[in-house]
Ligand binder design. Structure first.
Ligand code: ADE
Length: 230
């Protein structure tokens, strides 16, 4: 998979890709990440990429021309399966969407800043808009890092233990069940006996029931919804 990230702050977004599972995925060529500094496509030598919004109002808007130049340059080089814009005014990221994106070959992620991008960018270029939650970040960079992490760890082979992504929270619209490790008892707090029994069918059943209980109590909405972003 190849991910091209267009940003006004390449330095802000690089570090999550330089550690742990994501770094290993890059080192082992499961994924290629390319950062594109929007200022390189600026309209003038001062790096102008934004302007005041028509109609008045606080906040600068990223202009269409630098973004057009950057995306168009990428499109001359290869086809992209999705051109994604990270923005709080979009449908929310979930595991189903991460699963679907992890099967794609080439994606572009455009990160917004200030008041966002000129609407015509969204109308012309963007094929999918994603929010990571009902709150506003200073820019889309951290959101793009979150999306990339959620997607990259699902690429087959990236996680050492192939089954571990399958048992994550949300893979079956359920939160993950509780987990325990040694010692079996700590200051009087005991590990549920079933987990020490060696009876794996019963352990699976217990985990499933605990996952349902936890989901019902914390996120009952998950039990109802069809969660895919359209
Ligand atoms: N940019 C700013 N806030 C965001 C959010 N919640 N999700 C995605 N992109 C964003």
């Amino acid at each position: 998979m190849r991910i091209d990230i267009i940003t006004v702050s390449p330095e802000l977004i690089k570090s999550p890709f330089e550690h742990s599972i994501i770094k290993r995925a890059i080192d082992k060529n499961f994924v290629e990440i390319h950062f594109h500094d929007l200022r390189k496509y600026a309209l003038n030598k001062y790096g102008k990429i934004d302007d005041y919004q028509f109609g008045g109002g606080a906040g600068m808007v990223l202009m269409i021309e630098p973004i057009d130049k950057c995306i168009s340059a990428l499109l001359t080089q290869r086809e992209y399966d999705e051109i994604i814009y990270m923005t709080p005014d979009a449908k929310m990221l979930n595991q189903q969407t991460a699963n679907n994106l992890s099967t794609l070959k080439n994606i572009i992620i455009l990160t917004g800043h200030y008041k966002g991008v000129d609407q015509r960018v969204r109308d012309r270029f963007i094929t999918k808009e994603i929010s990571i939650g009902d709150y506003v970040l200073s820019g889309g960079e951290l959101a793009a890092a979150v999306l990339s992490d959620a997607v990259i760890r699902l690429i087959p082979g990236v996680l050492g233990d192939e089954t571990s992504a399958l048992t994550d929270s949300f893979q079956d619209n359920l939160l993950a069940p509780p987990v325990y490790t040694r010692p079996a008892e700590y200051k009087g707090m005991k590990t549920p006996g079933i987990l020490l029994s060696g009876n794996f069918p019963e352990i699976d059943q217990w985990r499933h029931e605990e996952a349902i209980k936890r989901t019902q109590s914390i996120r009952p909405d998950l039990l109802k919804n069809d969660k895919e972003l359209k």
